[in-house]
Design a protein around this ligand. Sequence first.
Ligand code: ATP
Length: 270
Amino acid sequence: MADALRVKSLTKSYGNIPVLKGIDFSVQQGEIFALLGGNGAGKTTALECIEGLRACDDGEITINGKIGIQLQSSSLQAYIRPLEAVNLFSKWNKTQPDSEMLRSLGIYEISKKRYADLSTGQKRRLHLALALIGNPDIVFLDEPTAGLDVEARHSLHEQIKQLKKQGKTIILASHDMAEVETLCDRIAILKDGKIAFLGTIGELTAAVGKHYTLHITTPRGRQSYDTDHLTQTLLEKICEYHDKEIEITDVRTDRGTLEQHFIDIARGEQ
Ligand code: ATP
C-alpha cells in the first residue's frame, strides 16, 4: 500500500527550546494513525507543521493526496448556523455539500441552531463535517473527542471508522489511550522531542511486556501481580496461598491496558 504521508527528520524549536528533534514516520493509505504523548509533547506542533500551518525548521514532508483538517480548537461566528457554515466552506472548496456525510454527522438535526448555542459535541461534529467538505483523502484530527461525553465519543469513533471504510487516511493526535486502542492501526509516541515508540498496539504491548495482571482476592483483601508468565505466576501464587492456609475467594486476570504501556514508555522505562 502506498504512503499517504512521509515525514523525515522533522525539527521545530520555539526560540531556543527544541520541541521536535528530528522525527521520522510514514502513514499508509487507509490507516488510522495516532500521535500520542503527554501534554506539551509536541503533537499539535508536529501535526500543524505537517499540515503547513506552522513553519518547521528542517525536515521533509511528503503528502500524497488532498487534506482536510480539524484543529484542536476552532471557532466560527456566534450567529452562523451549521448549514450556512457548510455552504460557505463548500463555496471555498468549489464543491457541493455531501448530504450523506452531513446526515451521518447529524448536521441536519442541528441546522436551525446558532453556532454559539451548539454543545461541544455538536461543534466537534460540525468542524469534522467542515474538514470533510472537500472530500479529502487524508484527514487530520487534533484531539477529536476532547471534552465529549461517552455517547458523543462513541458516535465520533463510529464516524472515524466509517471514514476509514471509505478508504480515507486518518491521522490524529490524542492522549486518550482507550480511544487509540479501539481506533488506531498504528501509533507513534512522542517523548522528549523524539518518537519513543512507533508500531501497532500489539507491538507496543509486546515491547513493554507486563501482559497480564493477576488479581487474587482473599478474606484479607485483594492482591495484584504483574506478570509476563501467567500460568507460572498463577501456580506459584496458588501454592503460596495454599501453604499459608489463606483461602482464595476469587481469581481474575486482565491484560495490561495501552495506558499502562504508554505510561511505561513515557516514564522512559524502556
Ligand atoms: P497538548 O497535549 O497539551 O495539546 P501537545 O503535545 O499538542 O500538547 P504542543 O502544543 O505541540 O504540544 O506544544 C509543545 C511545546 O511547545 C509546549 O511546551 C508548548 O508550550 C510549546 N509551544 C507550542 N506552541 C508554541 C508557540 N507558538 N510558541 C512557543 N512555544 C510553543
